[in-house]
Each structure stands twice: as C-alpha cells, then as structure tokens.
Ligand binder design. Structure first.
Ligand code: CP
Ligand code: NVA
Length: 308
C-alpha cells in the first residue's frame, strides 16, 4: 500500500506513470462540466478524508472534485475541530481513521505529523503540504511544464525567492525527473542543503546564484512563491520582505530570461510583492494551468495510492 509522502521517496517510474496518466485522464474529459464523472470511476465506494490544519483553496477543492469525478466520496475535516488538535496521539488518530476511510490526505505543520500518520495508518496517506515539502504541487507543475514545452528532462528551472517547502519539492523533482535547478535568493533563506545534495547525487545540476538577473539567463521556467509561508512567524514578515524585495519577478527579470521562459507560482500569489501583475497576467505565465492541473495530477496520485 503506497503512501504519497514526497517526490524523492517515490520511485521515478511511478512518478512518470502518474504524470502520463494525469495527462491522459485530463484529455479524456476535456470540455465536460466539472461535475461529470470520468468514464472510468475507480474510486466508486471509496471514502477519502481530507484533513486541513492550515488554510487551503486549491488543495481542498481539487482533491474534493477529483475524488468525486472518480466516483468516490470525501469528508473535509479541519484539524482544529478534531481530537487530533486536542491531545489524541497522531498514531491513535491514524488507527481510528483507517477504520472509517480508504485514504487520508493531510495538510499539516510539522513533517513528523505526516510521517507518524503514515506509519500507523493502514490506508494510504497523501502529503497535502507540510512546513517542509509540497509534492502534489510539483506533480501539477511538471504536468503543466510538459503540456507547454515537452519533456522537462535537461531543462533549466530557476527558483527565485525563499528556499521554502515548495522549493524543496522542486529540488526533489530535479533529481527524479532529471532537470537542472538554479536557486536565487538571500543566503539566510537557502533551501535545505540535504535536499541540494540529494538532487546533485541523482545527477541534477543545482546552482546557487545570488544575483537574480544572472540566475535567470537561459531559463526554461522561472518559479516564485510567497515571501511569508503559512508556517512562518508573522513577526519576521518585515525582515523577510526586506530580504526578498530584490527577488521580485517583474518584466525586467523576465526579459533577462527571454521570451520562451514560462512563469509559475503555486498560488496564492501576493501581487506586486513576489510577482508583478504584468508577469502574473502576461503571456509567459501559466499559473492558472498549474492550478487546474492540481486536479488532474492528484487524481493520478490517488489512483497510484489505491492501486486502481
Ligand atoms: N498551491 C496550493 O497548495 O494552494 P492552496 O493553499 O490554496 O491549497
Ligand atoms: N510556501 C507556501 C505555499 C502555499 C501553497 C506556504 O507554505 O504557505
């Protein structure tokens, strides 16, 4: 029974099969109303729990719609309203939920919560974001890149800004999908060196270039994310803004990359902070394709987890 906990802990061949299946499932239902079931409904009679300990728009709605399109049922649970948030152990919560539902998706703070849940659950567990990683997002991003530009292998991705949870999953994906990643941000916000080392061991070229204008030269894809993540203390907000202001993705920076570079952002975006309106709404931006592809990519992730 496979969980989907991270990109680097999932086999390369399974990751590739999920992306290919997501693309096929997307095209098979193109143009249909969103509430129409897929031709195949492999989740019929399956119940999926979606647990959120942090806010969410995309993850919440895309998982819910995805389960329903595949014939299953969902329950969306807020962590704070469960005993989970009031002292019951994660292990006991995992054992109990496994008696009611066939799969669990969780968005939480500490990675240890996800890992303990997956250790004690007897049903698959999916990582819907932790402070450390966001693998479902990057599955959607790979699908999106390949729809626009073909295989991502050997391409140059430039992450601009904070070396956060989404950046970590991009690093994992660089190793697994065989693309190169340049990080451009202030040194104090560098990504985890362990993740950089792992990607390099897998043969990806990982560079750290402080000057964003130099970093984006030759980029096939430029990626930004919020300067203050949900788990970051609000008291550091001003300091982070000051550190990251030179890393705003704007027209001048996109021009350094050239007209063929795509722009991605997992959203929610803080317009005119990490990215300008002109770039978000410009011709190189594929941010809403990314948002849509959360749905298609996660449907393939769920089928993988259930072996269906
Ligand atoms: N990108 C993403 O995970 O969005 P939500 O926080 O809205 O789920
Ligand atoms: N880095 C952001 C991603 C939100 C989807 C956060 O963790 O808040």
């Amino acid at each position: 029974m496979p969980h989907f906990l991270d990109i680097h802990t999932t086999a390369k061949s399974d990751l590739r099969a999920m992306i290919d299946q997501a693309r096929d499932m997307k095209s098979a239902r193109a143009g249909r109303p969103k509430g129409t079931p897929d031709d195949e409904t492999p989740l019929t009679n399956h119940m999926v729990a979606l647990i959120f300990e942090k806010p969410s728009t995309r993850t919440r709605v895309s998982f819910d719609v995805g389960v329903r399109q595949m014939g299953g049922q969902t329950m969306v649970l807020s962590g704070s309203e469960m005993q989970l948030g009031h002292g019951e152990t994660i292990a006991d919560t995992a054992r109990v939920l496994s008696r009611y539902v066939d799969m669990i998706m969780i968005r939480t703070f500490e990675e240890s919560v996800l890992l303990e849940l997956s250790e004690y659950a007897s049903v698959p567990v999916i990582n819907g974001l932790t402070n450390r990683t966001h693998p479902c997002q990057i599955m959607a991003d790979i699908l999106t890149f390949e729809e626009h530009r073909g295989s991502i292998a050997g391409k140059k991705v430039v992450w601009v800004g904070d070396g956060n949870n989404v950046c970590a999953s991009f690093l994992h994906a660089a190793g697994q999908f065989g693309f190169n990643l340049t990080f451009s941000g202030p040194e104090v916000l560098d990504p985890d060196p362990e993740f950089v080392a792992l990607a390099r061991e897998q043969g990806a070229q990982i560079e750290i270039i402080r000057d964003p204008a130099r970093a984006v030269a030759g980029a096939d894809l430029i990626v930004a994310d919020t300067w203050v993540s949900m788990h970051d203390s609000q008291s550091n907000r001003e300091r982070r803004h000051n550190l990251l202001r030179p890393y705003q993705v704007n027209d001048a920076l996109m021009a350094k990359a050239g007209p063929d570079a795509l722009f991605m952002h997992c959203l929610p975006a803080h317009r005119e902070e990490e990215v300008t309106n002109a770039v978000m709404d410009g011709p190189q931006s594929v941010v809403f394709d990314e948002a849509e592809n959360r749905l298609h990519a996660q449907k393939a992730v769920m089928r993988y987890c259930l072996g269906l």
